[in-house]
Design a protein around this ligand. Structure first.
Ligand SMILES: CC(C)(COP(=O)(O)OP(=O)(O)OC[C@H]1O[C@@H](n2cnc3c(N)ncnc32)[C@H](O)[C@@H]1OP(=O)(O)O)[C@@H](O)C(=O)NCCC(=O)NCCS
Length: 167
């Protein structure tokens, strides 16, 4: 899925550098898989990311780049009036500088542009950082998926409704 991303760059408040957010390409997948392995247990496989790019017309995959270095990514499924955040990651050395928030604001804008009203996501119950981010960005807790992950951990289901919101 391709969306116009003109002007969707991000200025790092620490370095003042301009980071570009753009569509993920096949050339990015090595770096994406590398970062995924650093951040998630178990990680999504290379095949999963390739499938996002090749086989799933409802899937949008974006990367954030510091020049040639991948510093974050996001995978979203747009299914009728719902957008499902399937993956969100920021490289550890770039975390807590606002990039996660920037990517979510971008998601909100894209969802509005594609007439999605509801944003959904699952997050591990133990992932305090991510839960704080989602709460800050207006997601509400709407349920629990028991033993959702392979290791038996529960997922918290979070939801945000976009209607008549301004941010
Ligand atoms: C969750 C994640 C995407 C957040 O990205 P980020 O760029 O660090 O987030 P931001 O800098 O935009 O922070 C926004 C908010 O998130 C929360 N947050 C981010 N880092 C945090 C930290 N180290 N400790 C506590 N809260 C934190 C805070 O609420 C923060 O707002 P604040 O700065 O006003 O306190 C990032 O930590 C990450 O990639 N984690 C590993 C992968 C992951 O868990 N992905 C989510 C899967 S559901």
């Amino acid at each position: 899925m391709i969306i116009d991303l003109d002007g969707r760059s991000y200025v790092d408040p620490v370095s003042g550098k301009n980071y570009v957010v753009r569509h993920m390409t096949l050339q990015d997948v090595d770096q994406v898989v590398e970062l995924e392995k650093r951040l998630f247990t178990p990680p999504w496989s290379r095949a999963s990311f390739l499938a996002e790019l090749d086989e799933r017309p409802y899937s949008l995959s974006l990367v954030a780049m510091d020049e040639q270095t991948l510093i974050g990514y996001m995978v979203v499924y747009f299914i009728f009036e719902e957008a499902h955040l399937a993956n969100l990651a920021v490289a550890p050395e770039y975390q807590h500088r606002g990039l996660g928030e920037h990517l979510l604001r971008l998601l909100f804008r894209m969802a509005r542009e594609t007439h999605c009203q509801t944003l959904l996501l699952e997050v591990r119950r133990s992932n305090a950082k991510a839960i704080r981010l989602y709460e800050k960005m207006g997601f509400a807790h709407t349920g629990v998926r028991r033993k959702y992950y392979e290791d038996g951990e529960d997922a918290l289901l979070m939801c945000k409704t976009l209607v008549e919101e301004k941010n």
